[in-house]
Design a protein around this ligand. Structure first.
Ligand code: FAD
Length: 412
């Protein structure tokens, strides 16, 4: 039997695309390599904007997040609070969240097969053939494989995004102790002694905390040395790491950049596979879901027109540029350049936070970095409009050394 649409990959991107295409009455098959309930290495922090797609039940959004703490070596913890609903978020285990998303896709009418790994894809004028331990046919395929399907993309002559690595473990801690030690806050650490990238986190769930670091060429020993970081060591106080699939410490890639062409005849690529993650704090769940929604909507149009050619599917790319790149990722790349390629990561964070103390608009923009309550473009504009103050906080010599990076960032 031939399906209208096959989606390969049952993460947030694939499940969202499957739900939307199935709701439109199409015959959809979602293929997921993992077994139901697989562990996914992810801190699981999402802004409330995820509810644009579906409300998140309490049991899935395990801990409501109402604030954040930024930690730098010089300033230590710097707190902020979400004052409005739009600034809140959730932290949850991806096992539960992804299952929830796949279940609602199934309820909408999508057929779901767990434990199927696509090994090859053939495209011809008659349609798509997905090869694994069985074969499936469809009119079109959406690749939503995260960064686990690079061979499929290359096999189709398509690009794979550049990536960095995250290393993480989940620590079992009683709910009341998490509330006391971490609060309903996400903790982000900016310190280039942790890794060359300088980013680490502690994200509290109901009865576990995800602790992780990210960077290029990072090693387990970098992660272990972060566990000895004073704020982390004190809070963990000898607690045990949880075991998932025989491992305590997990590593996974995160993309760094959008690929140039996420479509060809009968194929669209969404989510991490397409490089949609935001390279400031490296979150990608919302972006994967948005790209899944856009691809599914374009597939529905292409189905009506019976045109699955490259031109028809290029409309997905146009929407991606409009809704995800133009005012969001493009400016994330600018902020990324400034933070991670200037050599002034911690200084910029400290300066921005102290400016925000007496500047509510700046504070709101800092909060929005975590919550997406403003676009990245708005945040960038707020920062640039305070250039003089920033120079004052950074000092003349650092500011002068920042100029080439600022110039590079402004050209993106
Ligand atoms: C350590 C770490 C921490 C993170 N923390 C956050 C965070 O706090 N918040 C946030 O928003 N983002 C976070 N991210 C990023 C987030 O995990 C991804 O951006 C998001 O999962 C992308 O969703 P996706 O649907 O595109 O891909 P994925 O979630 O990766 O899903 C892809 C699915 O495809 C399946 N698959 C792969 N290959 C095949 C195949 N050949 N056949 C069939 N199925 C296949 C996989 O099993 C997987 O289930 C983090 C990432 C890492 C590594």
């Amino acid at each position: 039997m031939a399906y209208d649409l096959i989606i390969v990959g049952g993460g947030p991107g694939g499940a969202t695309a499957a739900k939307i295409a199935a709701e439109n009455g199409l015959n959809v098959l979602l293929l997921e390599a993992g077994e139901e309930g697989r562990y996914k290495c992810c801190a699981g922090g999402i802004p409330v904007t995820n509810e644009d797609f579906t409300p998140i039940p309490h049991s899935v959004g395990e801990r409501e997040i109402t604030g954040g703490v930024i930690v730098t070596p010089k300033n230590g913890p710097m707190e902020f609070n979400a004052t409005e609903e739009k600034d809140k978020g959730y932290c949850m285990f991806r096992t539960d969240f992804d299952r929830f998303l796949v279940d609602i896709a199934r309820d909408a009418g999508a057929q779901v097969t767990y434990g199927f790994r696509a090994k090859g894809i053939e495209i011809n004028s008659g349609g798509v053939l997905i090869k694994g331990h069985e074969e499936y046919r469809s009119k079109c395929v959406i690749l939503a494989t995260g960064l686990g399907g690079a061979h499929l993309q290359r096999g189709l002559g398509m690009e794979v995004p550049p990536m960095i690595t995250g290393i993480q473990a989940e620590f079992a801690i009683p709910e009341s102790a998490i509330t006391e030690q971490f609060g309903n806050r996400v903790w982000e650490f900016f310190d280039r002694t942790i890794s060359e990238h300088g980013v680490a986190w502690a994200f509290p769930k109901r009865d576990a905390v995800s602790i992780g670091i990210l960077g290029r060429n990072i090693k387990i020993r970098d992660f272990k040395s972060f566990l000895r970081y004073s704020f982390i060591k004190d809070k963990l106080n000898g607690r045990e790491m949880k075991v998932f699939g025989c491992h305590k410490i997990w590593a996974a890639p995160i993309p760094d950049k959008l690929i140039a062409k996420p479509y060809r005849d009968r194929v669209m690529i969404i989510g991490d596979a397409c490089g949609t993650a935001d390279p400031i704090l490296y979150e990608g769940i919302y972006q994967a879901r948005l790209s899944g929604k856009l691809a599914a909507e374009i597939f529905c149009k292409a189905y009506e027109e019976e045109d699955f050619g490259e031109n028809s599917l290029s409309r997905y790319h146009n929407l991606l540029l409009k809704h995800l790149y133009k005012e969001e990722l493009r400016y994330s790349y600018k902020i990324h350049t400034l933070l991670y390629h200037s050599g002034f990561l911690e200084k910029i964070i400290n300066a921005a936070y102290s400016m925000a103390q007496e500047d509510p608009e700046m504070m709101q923009s800092m909060i929005a970095l975590f919550t997406r309550s403003q676009t990245r473009k708005q945040i960038w504009k707020v920062m640039l409009s305070r250039k003089r103050k920033l120079i004052k906080h950074l000092g003349i010599s650092s500011s002068l050394r920042l100029i080439p990076t600022l110039f590079r960032a402004s050209r993106i």
